[in-house]
Design a protein around this ligand. Structure first.
Ligand SMILES: Cc1cc2nc3c(=O)[nH]c(=O)nc-3n(C[C@H](O)[C@H](O)[C@H](O)COP(=O)(O)O)c2cc1C
Length: 231
């Protein structure tokens, strides 16, 4: 099984430790590729829209984005990790998600995403992990991932991994390993109802717009080339 891990921070803090505990269960027999943000994508989306109008290959940051996207496409399991910052995911994670908008259903989705599973691992000092997870989950859903599991940890006792009580740390380790065990064996993931519905609606939308276009947009040309809509 191939696994791509997108780390929403470069710090070797709680996020890193929780991710390492998760991966420890999966290390044997799995091919794991990791990206650390912002190191592996040190730029914000500049909003030029070149990806939408022309090609994602022409994105000014394609040299960073394409290896991440290609690795995601080649993987069976996608793992996103993020600390909670201001109740949301980190800016560097959001920056990657912005760069991937071109692959949302409303633009040019890749059908390889329909059969992937994803895990979102977040942690915060408090209990509120939901909005940070949603930042990532929303993008994954629009990218076509049907099977998304979220695990949020409220550290409660402090923000330094080694300073947590043994009891708290052990309970986090137990919970993380328990979840990781569910991903030990590769399994077939089917396109879910939500993703199927989004695809059906966006296909109608692309078909409707394409009919009126004299020259097809890059998005609609892609849908035609895929055989998903008719010219
Ligand atoms: C800039 C910043 C903003 C944060 N915002 C929140 C927050 O809104 N809610 C919360 O519970 N914790 C917040 N935290 C705490 C982190 O989520 C927490 O310390 C987390 O464990 C950091 O992960 P790390 O050790 O991998 O860096 C914030 C931390 C930082 C640095």
């Amino acid at each position: 099984m191939k696994i791509t891990v997108i780390n929403g921070t470069e710090i070797k803090g709680c996020t890193y430790h929780i991710k390492e505990i998760f991966l420890e269960v999966l290390r044997n027999h799995n091919d794991i590729v990791e990206f650390y943000l912002p190191k592996d994508l040190p730029h914000f989306c500049c909003g030029c829209k070149t990806c939408f109008f022309k090609s994602e290959q022409k994105c000014p940051h394609a040299e960073y984005v394409m290896p991440i996207w290609t690795s995601m496409l080649d993987s069976d399991l996608l793992i996103f990790t993020s600390p909670v910052y201001a109740l949301r995911t980190t800016a560097q994670m959001k920056s990657l998600l912005d760069h991937l908008c071109v692959h949302w259903m409303v633009h040019r989705p890749d059908e390889k995403m329909f059969n992937k599973q994803a895990v979102i691992l977040t942690n915060a000092i408090g209990v509120f992990n939901g909005s940070a997870q949603k930042d990532i989950a929303t993008s994954l859903m629009w990218l076509g991932v049907s099977n998304i599991k979220k695990m949020g940890i409220g550290l409660m006792e402090g923000v330094v991994w080694s300073e947590l009580s043994d009891k708290r740390r052990n309970s986090i380790i137990r919970k993380t390993k328990q979840l990781a065990k569910k991903y030990k064996n590769a399994r077939t993931v089917h396109k879910g109802i939500k993703v199927t519905l989004l695809f059906t609606i966006t296909r109608m939308m692309h078909q409707g717009v394409a009919k009126k276009e004299i020259t097809l947009s890059a998005d609609n040309q892609y849908w035609v080339d895929k055989g998903w809509i008719k010219r």
